[in-house]
Design a protein around this ligand. Structure first.
Ligand code: GLA
Length: 349
């Protein structure tokens, strides 16, 4: 594990960058600001290594950015309607930072704080980060301690394991917000990537991207990714869900029981041959096709990230679960342990 100083926060604290590499030459760089993946170099079908995640060259980009590139998002990944929820009969008001709703933990979510890093070398390179989120942060009850462990295996898997605990009843639903572009060329869109999602249904949303509470079968809709389909093939189809999302920005419900790691999605770039398999134990997976990227974010190498030049596959619980009793719970109580395992596995075809 190689550690370097990545930059300094406005308050003077140093941000570090950790480099992990495996036997196959896959390299991942992670910074302790936001527990953010800043670079992930994987081979194409000819063995050529390229970076496949969007991000910035310097810390300022991450401090100022609004797109959550590569970060751990929390306490709650995705939206909570009007930032309100009830727990044990008490109503809580979270920061409202996305129209009238709460998004990705609020104004200063887990992506905008410095984590404590603990680089450890076991049999495979791994890095553990911890953040203590104080009671009241962004309106959340209970002090939460969240650990995230990144491990790069020799099977070209980036394993992400989460462990969380709380001092008072609260809600917890973190996720990883990397934007992938398997071509390694961030001047190109991801519309030619083929996506397969192991799922028959989504949680449809309203125009504020808040779930209606129903479960919608994907059959005969442009959200059917049961067989590998180019992302661009139907993204402009007239469909109310695509209109609300301005493209794909929805939660799919992977087959098989949550709580067990199972395959949730496969992303393939025919040009480079890179294939990414997403495995997770989470109840849902948010596929976001980078619709809000608009060229205003100047990324690595000075490239302006245009619309749909990266996509996210965020393993998590369903959006707005605290207001949807029918969705799998995100409540965490003292003495309980929150756990998540999500794996991004890289191969070629
Ligand atoms: C998530 C959301 C999107 C958007 C991005 C960040 O994926 O679902 O609507 O907010 O994060 O820009």
């Amino acid at each position: 594990m190689k550690t370097t100083v990545f930059g300094k926060l406005p308050d003077g604290r140093e941000v570090h960058r950790y480099l992990m590499a495996n036997k196959a030459g896959v390299r991942v760089e992670i910074i302790d600001y936001g527990a953010t993946i800043t670079s992930l170099r994987v081979p194409d079908r000819n063995g050529k290594m390229d970076d496949v995640v969007l991000g910035y060259d310097s810390l300022e980009g991450y401090v100022q950015g609004t797109a959550y590139f590569g970060a751990i998002v929390g306490r709650y990944g995705n939206r909570i309607a009007k930032g309100k929820f009830q727990l044990d009969g008490k109503e809580y008001q979270l920061t409202v930072n996305d129209g009238e709703n709460h998004l990705h933990g609020g104004r200063t979510g887990f992506n905008k704080v410095l984590w404590d890093a603990n680089p450890a070398v076991s049999s495979e390179p791994s890095l553990e980060m911890q953040y203590v989120s104080r009671e009241g942060e962004e309106g959340y009850p209970g002090t939460v301690t969240l650990k995230v462990r990144y491990e790069l295996t020799d099977a070209n898997e980036l394993r992400i394991e989460y462990e969380g605990a709380t001092e008072r009843p609260t809600i917890l639903n973190p996720t990883q917000h990397s934007y992938f572009n398997l071509s390694g060329d961030f001047t190109k869109t991801i519309l030619g990537h083929q996506l397969m999602i192991e799922s028959d249904s989504i949680t449809p949303v309203d125009q504020g991207l808040i779930p209606t509470g129903q479960i919608l079968n994907v059959e005969n809709t442009p959200l059917d990714f049961r067989v590998p389909t180019a992302i661009g093939a139907r993204i402009e189809d007239p469909d109310p869900q695509l209109a609300f999302g301005k493209g794909y920005d929805h939660n799919w419900v992977p087959r098989g029981a949550a709580g067990k790691v199972r395959k949730a999605a496969e992303l393939f770039d025919p040009a480079s041959g890179r294939l990414m398999t997403v495995l997770t134990d989470q109840p849902g997976i948010q596929f976001y096709s980078g619709n809000f990227l608009d060229g205003s974010a100047k990324g690595k190498g000075g490239i302006a990230y245009q619309r749909r030049t990266g996509l996210c596959l965020e393993a998590q619980a369903f959006p707005d679960t605290p207001n949807k009793p029918q969705f799998p719970s995100v409540t965490l109580r003292p003495g309980q342990v929150y756990r998540q395992t999500t794996i991004y596995r890289f191969s070629t075809r």
